[in-house]
Design a protein around this ligand. Structure first.
Ligand code: ZN
Length: 296
């Protein structure tokens, strides 16, 4: 039985890239049995398929998923590339932390890609501090530029064999970055997500793009909902991965590190072991989540 990955789903067809011949894409229907079992094949699904004499195929089996994102609807994503420009627009650590909360909550590995490195200019110092901060937390941080091609080969190397979703602040050049990595590809630049407006791009289909090293990247506007609607405030601390080591010394189990006495996380902030900016953003998101709950 041939195996492959679903690269695109459109109008009842699934476009499967066979493992054996990844330069090919086979147009498939899904076997009716999936509907009965309540399974809807997703882009990113690993599958088994049969090919008929016509050259078309049938998806016969969907493999268990390691992850499943709702927005964008992609299965088996293991890595998020969070693209934030160092300038124009300026690097926002508040927004970066917000994206990290979502990707951590979804169980993804993260690569932070600081784009437009050639434009750093006066922001050089702030950029260097951000690189140090997030590297120390444990993230892979790359500086990239599609002008000088800095960081592109490194990013590709990190993505080898992975299924990645590229996400981040709008206007940072996500499409430009992908175009630079895939020879011959011409994605529309100019930030599709902005042009379509909020909420509309749910109708836009998700498509996976093959990189030359067999990595697969989801071309999608990315995480469209950053409103924490799928999370509880108590889930938040675990998305700030550097808190865990210090939370062990909190006096109370279930400490949310806000006003509780003898809080190990707050002590670590006071000692400079946890960055003040990270703890500040934690508090802002926590309040945002509480406020949202109160409104309902
Ligand atoms: Zn605590």
């Amino acid at each position: 039985m041939a195996q492959g990955i679903i690269m695109k789903a459109l109008s009842g067809f699934y476009y499967v890239r066979p493992d054996a011949t990844p330069e090919q894409v086979i147009q498939c229907r899904a076997r009716g049995v999936f509907k009965k079992r309540g399974i809807s094949p997703l882009v990113g699904d690993r599958c088994e398929f049969e090919t008929e004499e016509t050259g078309e195929g049938t998806v016969t089996e969907i493999m268990p998923r390691s992850t499943e994102l709702i927005r964008p609807p992609v299965a088996n994503v293991d890595t998020a590339v969070l693209v934030f420009s160092v300038s124009n627009p300026d690097l926002s650590l508040h927004l970066l932390d917000k994206f990290l909360v979502h990707t951590e909550h979804a169980g993804l590995d993260n690569i932070i890609c600081l784009s437009k490195a050639d434009l750093a200019g006066k922001a050089q110092q702030a950029v260097q501090e951000a690189v140090e901060l997030y590297t120390q937390i444990g993230y892979t941080v790359l500086l990239s530029s599609s002008v000088t091609e800095e960081g592109l080969a490194e990013l590709q190397a990190h993505l080898a064999g992975k299924l990645a979703v590229v996400s981040g602040q709008s206007g940072v050049g996500k499409s430009t970055l992908l175009n630079a990595m895939v020879p011959g590809m011409k994605l529309e630049t100019g930030e599709v997500s902005n042009r379509l407006g909020r909420g509309k791009h749910t109708t836009r289909h998700v498509e996976l793009i093959s990189l030359p090293n067999r990595a697969v990247v989801a071309d999608t506007p990315g995480f469209s909902q950053l409103d924490f609607s799928n999370m509880e405030p108590e889930d938040l601390a675990s998305c700030f991965i550097e808190f865990a080591a210090y939370a062990e010394s909190c006096r109370f189990r279930g400490c949310v590190h806000r006003n509780e006495p003898s809080c190990g996380v707050r002590a670590a902030v006071a000692e400079g072991k946890i960055a003040a900016s990270r703890f500040e953003h934690y508090g802002l998101f926590f309040d945002e989540m509480k406020d949202r709950k109160r409104r309902y």
